[in-house]
Design a protein around this ligand. Sequence first.
Ligand code: FES
Ligand SMILES: [Fe+2]
Length: 333
Amino acid sequence: MPRALAARWYSDHDQYQNERRVIWGSEWLMFGVTAELSRPGHYVADEIAGYPLLVVVDPQGELRGFHNVCPHRAGVIQWPGCGQTGNLVCRYHGWAFSWDGSLKSARDFGDSPTPDDHSLRPIRVETWGPLVFVNLDENAPALASTLGSLDTAVRQHAFTDFAYGRRLVRTLECNWKTYVDNYLEGYHVPLLHPLLNSAVDMKTYSVEVPDDTYCIHRAGQVEGSASAGVWVFRYPNLAINVYSDGMNVERIVPLSSTRTAVVYDYFAQDVSEEKIQSMVEMSNITLDEDQTIAELVQRNLDAGVYEAGPLSPRHENALAWFQGRIRQSTGAR
Ligand code: FES
Ligand SMILES: [Fe+2]
């Protein structure tokens, strides 16, 4: 019988540093939405697992990505946030870079440094439907080649037809894996989510793992339920909850070994204030319940009285898969 990851892997500093390198430094990560990177000059400067990143649309309309770290003395090329820019100029001492990242000029420096030695470090950027992904590994395979059957699975549910509505961010006092573990099973639904439980036929609830990159929740829906749809998790940081008239996309962002931000982007057919507000309120009920348990579980993992429990073969198969990937890439037990 598979066992859960041992408690220490949910707070250990060395484990977190290892995950930064072998997971967050090498996988395709959801970074944002195309709606905020649609015109030349649009940029987003954000951090994932301690990597400050910059994605910008160049004058030709191409997405470019860099570590938001200047080669001079580690200044920032853009302040964290999003907006419009006409160039790549470091905010600290004003070194200017071409759109390919090479150094154009080192402001008032004296003898100029060799441009080749002082470029911005590029990252890969690609899109899938309305979502923008980055990969810090320059040699990673193309995003499309890693999507497998996930692409078909979500496109059946109008994934690309919705307009962008609103973003909400939650900061959770737990390790990122504690949040993901909770997302990966419906075992807790009857106890923690009374409203969701009344909308879903839990006797038919199952989670399948079609390949090594994602899992998909399936359940018979109570007729007329607003929850009818599909929920998927793609390793390591993306969850998509698609309903008949909208979707909520979750981006999981480790802030440290014990803190995690979850960014929720809401899309809908009808993005009126009223519609988006009702989607947000509806999902907040479930998200509040999940946040409460994830933070309490984290405290219990840290208490020193729990080691590693058994995983239900009926309900927790996706945890076995997810934790298997963590073990495989990091050596955790
Ligand atoms: S740190 Fe960027 S110009 Fe100095
Ligand atoms: Fe939940």
